[in-house]
Design a protein around this ligand. Structure first.
Ligand code: F0G
Length: 457
């Protein structure tokens, strides 16, 4: 069968209010052309993020009711711990309320001035937590990873030569650990191969440097390995995921992605002494070591989610659905970051509207057009998010790429919703020369993309 079907049926529905084009015009203007300022009830298809937006299964909801809310040693904790132990083999399992809480604890322990933390591409919050500790975050993704049109199957890979050169230049004693993000969200949700993980592990261990995974999307990475890495086709996603964790000395997981929950995180470690110190920090700001800032019911939902996400039928559908979106847009001539990754499609906005210069935010122009056309909320990952304006000269430094992310929440939208997104994007693309640039009329000094106000030029 060629038709992609969801390997689940729908038991509970949440209505979507279908707005008219006139209503959307008012909504967009009221939000000053910033989709972060639009109430979710005014959005038809919300592709802002795949984080914390998953639909839970009937078994997860049943687990929520079974949740044991005891302060210490709750039944739900033991279930969560045993699922994570089997999945990852890690001896120390710390629950946290989300990914960045794991990051904060880890970098408070290993970061600090003069330290350097290499990675393929650090996610924003990871980088921010590293820098907050005083350390320096260095991205060492392979060159193909920075080229939107390259079809390398593992564009998330870390460049081994660059890693070796960094260690030789800076000294291993300044590098407390190395992080590989799977899949690599910041360059298009691109996977990392097992061969690359083994090579990174070998270089790191030769210099006594621990290897950590940022494993928010570990299951999607495992399935992309199964599809594209030579010799992996006969293995299960679960076996591949276990090998990924076996190669690592620890991991941070935001469970809001492949944990299939709306809130939750995990910090995993092999080092007894480090884990002991992490426990103390966890108690200080998150909660006791058997609940870590979560309710017992959240631990139940996570335990179940981490099992369900490795279901081969689910992963086959998930990866196929994202690829379907990417392939249809490509066929229509829309430039995207190739090949389609695990959780999102990234439109190349610079190619989409070449008549809008980076200083007028082509990505934001596409985001506004998608909302006007069909009530779709996407997010700009370009010069609004990463560009800089010199406060003295007013000179604009653009971001390296002008992208628009269409992140697909897990198990939330059907294939007909995906068809709707394709139709809307292609419609906008066909009259792309009418898209107008924007200017910022008001912005805070940091993280301006959340609250900046725009005007159309
Ligand atoms: N690491 C990666 C690779 C992520 O994508 C995220 C979050 C985090 C860590 C932080 O996890 O949100 O649970 O604290 N990514 C979201 C996104 C926000 O939209 O891509 P968190």
């Amino acid at each position: 069968m060629k038709t992609i079907i969801e390997p689940f049926r729908i038991k509970m529905v949440e209505p979507i209010r279908l707005t008219t084009r006139e209503e959307r015009e008012v909504i967009l203007r009221r939000a000053h052309f910033n989709v972060f300022q639009i109430p979710a009830a005014d959005v038809i298809i919300d592709l802002l993020t795949d984080s914390g937006t998953a639909a839970m299964s009937s078994e997860q909801w049943a687990g929520m009711l079974r949740g044991d809310e005891s302060y210490a040693g709750a039944r739900s904790w033991y279930r969560f711990e045993s699922v994570l132990r089997e999945l990852t083999g890690m001896p120390h399992i710390l629950p946290t309320h989300q990914g960045r809480a794991s990051e904060r604890i880890l970098f408070e322990l290993v970061g600090g001035p003069d330290k350097i933390i290499p990675g393929n591409t650090h996610f924003d919050t990871t980088r921010a937590n590293i820098e907050h500790s005083g350390a320096r975050a260095v991205d060492l993704v392979i060159d193909e990873g920075r080229q939107p049109s390259s079809r390398h199957p593992f564009k998330g890979n870390l460049d081994i030569e660059k890693l070796g050169a960094l260690i030789a230049r800076e000294g291993a004693e300044r590098i407390p650990l190395c992080i590989v993000t799977v899949t690599n969200n910041s360059n298009g949700g691109q996977p990392v191969s097992l061969a690359n993980l083994r090579a990174v592990r070998d270089v790191c261990h030769r210099h006594g440097i621990p290897l950590y995974l940022d494993a928010a999307r570990f299951a999607e990475n495992a399935y992309l390995i199964k599809l594209h890495e030579p010799g992996q086709q006969q293995r299960t996603a679960r076996q591949i995921a276990r090998e990924m964790f076996d190669l690592a000395d620890g991991a941070m997981i935001s469970a809001k992605k492949d944990g299939l929950v709306n809130i939750g995180g995990v910090l995993l470690m092999r080092d007894d002494d480090l884990a002991h110190r992490a426990d103390n920090l966890l108690i200080l700001t998150e909660g006791f070591v058997t609940y870590g800032g979560l309710a017992g019911r959240d631990l139940e939902a996570m335990a179940q989610g981490f099992q369900e996400v490795l279901d081969e039928d689910y992963l086959k559908y998930r990866i196929a659905s994202v690829k379907y979106l990417g392939d249809h847009l490509t066929e229509a001539g829309v430039a995207i970051v190739q090949p389609p990754g695990g959780h999102a499609i990234y439109l190349d906005a610079a190619a989409f509207c070449p008549h809008v210069p980076p200083s007028q935010f082509p990505g934001q122009a596409v985001v506004c057009a998608l909302f006007r056309e069909a009530g779709i909320r996407a997010v700009e990952i370009g010069s609004v998010m990463f560009g800089h304006v010199d406060p003295d000269t007013g000179e604009h430094t653009p971001a390296p790429m002008e992208l628009v992310r269409l992140a697909i929440p897990r198990r939330v939208y059907t294939q007909s919703h995906i068809d709707y997104v394709i139709e809307a994007t292609v419609n906008v693309f066909q009259r792309r020369e009418t898209l107008r640039g924007l200017q910022i009329i008001e912005a805070p000094p940091a993280l301006r993309h959340f609250t900046a106000k725009f005007d159309e030029l």
